[in-house]
Design a protein around this ligand. Structure first.
Ligand code: ZN
Length: 159
């Protein structure tokens, strides 16, 4: 019985995650823990002065090989209004450029500080921000080690 349930889980994961492909163009972009941390940092910057931001400096994300079934069709999911709950699907992230992963994380971060979807395709909380071509300036960093913000240092020139 136990073996059977384990097998079911494995099959479910295989169905959820398409075969991974290298990112287009040989950009050397490989979404991992460091990349997601860097994207969350960019999102911190994006939402820094938002009066609703209760997650500043406390948010986190992960890149997951598979998602729970209820999120199987999503590129990412988050628990609404809860810091540290950003999840990005690995196979989707691999298809993105760095700034696109960042855009998605900025959007998911919005959910963690309790923003919901809007109809406006120019708003970061549009339900498909990457598809809509949204591109926050905070996501224009060349690699994951670029500009790791020390708290309190003025980085406005970077924007
Ligand atoms: Zn969303």
């Amino acid at each position: 019985m136990r073996f059977a349930s384990v097998l079911t889980v494995v099959l479910a994961c295989a169905a959820v995650a398409p075969v991974a492909r290298a990112s287009a163009g040989g950009t050397g972009f490989h979404p991992d823990r460091v990349e997601i941390d860097r994207a969350v940092q960019a999102a911190d910057e994006y939402w820094r002065n938002d009066p609703q931001n209760t997650c500043l400096g406390r948010n986190r994300g992960s890149v997951d090989a598979s998602f729970p079934e209820r999120h199987a069709e999503a590129a990412a999911y988050t628990r609404q209004g809860e810091c540290g709950t950003i999840h990005v699907l690995l196979s989707r992230a691999r298809a993105y450029a760095r700034w696109q992963l960042c855009t998605l994380v900025v959007h998911e971060y919005g959910h963690t500080i309790d923003y919901v979807h809007v109809e406006d395709p120019t708003d970061i909380m549009y339900f498909k921000p990457v598809t809509a071509g949204l591109h926050p300036k905070v996501c224009d960093y060349p690699d994951q080690h670029f500009w790791l913000r020390p708290e309190g240092v003025d980085q406005t020139s970077w924007r």
